[in-house]
Write a protein that binds this ligand. Structure first.
Ligand code: DX5
Ligand code: ZN
Length: 216
């Protein structure tokens, strides 16, 4: 069963609680944290995650596009995130960090930028609850889906199967009604969508339409 995680990066930041309600049926709310160092954009931090987690019953999937996630990721668990994703390119000690996130009670997830291969990290997979394969360069919503990431999604799914793991495989960037089937076919099962959901006239209907295509 596909999970659909609307990204609030494309929502109205002044009305986040309402925007969370607008995607009734979503599995998780995807929260993009950017620090203007790891990526050339700046969004939100711990206090907003704390408030949002109190304002919605939908669990929060925090995607940290920041330097020094070793220091910050545990604070997002304490702020109420149910899942915390750090970038392997930024983590000093990814195994220690994944263990710390899990020990604090959240799902631990690791993200790969488009140019980062999965193979060097095969042995880390058992430490994770989810792996995120970015399908755009992180930093902005509304970018075009990178088809060249499909083989990486497929290889990652094969590695997960080879080790008999339960881990979820998330894709993020350019996911829409026209690209989600390709991602699902390649082995993704958790789909982040920003502009395809919040850019739609009816965001909840957009979530349902994405889910129908992913599960087809
Ligand atoms: C981009 C973010 C994404 C972004 C996706 O760096 O990680 O979560 O919101 O936006 P769309 O779905 O519009 O590509
Ligand atoms: Zn994201």
């Amino acid at each position: 069963m596909a999970q659909i995680n609307p990204s609030i990066l494309s929502a109205d930041f002044a009305r986040l609680a309402d925007e969370a309600e607008a995607v009734d049926g979503a599995d998780w709310l995807h929260v993009d944290v950017m620090d203007n160092h790891f990526v050339p954009n700046l969004t939100l931090g711990v206090p907003i995650v704390e408030s949002l987690s109190r304002a919605t019953a939908t669990p929060l999937d925090c995607h940290l596009m920041i330097e020094d996630p070793d220091r910050w990721a545990p604070q997002y668990v304490e702020a109420g995130a149910g899942s915390v994703t750090f970038h392997v390119e930024a983590a000093a000690a990814p195994v220690r960090l994944a263990r710390e996130i899990r020990a604090k009670g959240a799902r631990a997830s690791m993200a790969l930028k488009p140019a980062t291969p999965i193979e060097p990290f095969e042995d880390l997979l058992p430490e994770l609850d989810m792996l995120l394969v970015m399908t755009v360069e992180p930093g902005f919503g509304g970018q075009a889906f990178l088809d060249i990431m499909l083989p990486k999604i497929r290889r990652t799914r094969e590695l997960i199967a080879k080790h008999g793991l339960e881990l979820w495989l998330q894709v993020d960037g350019g996911v829409s009604e026209s690209t989600i089937e390709r991602c699902a076919e390649a082995g993704a099962d958790v789909f982040v969508a920003g502009s395809a959901v919040y850019g739609a006239a009816d965001p909840a209907a957009a979530v349902a339409a994405l889910r129908a295509k992913a599960d087809a």
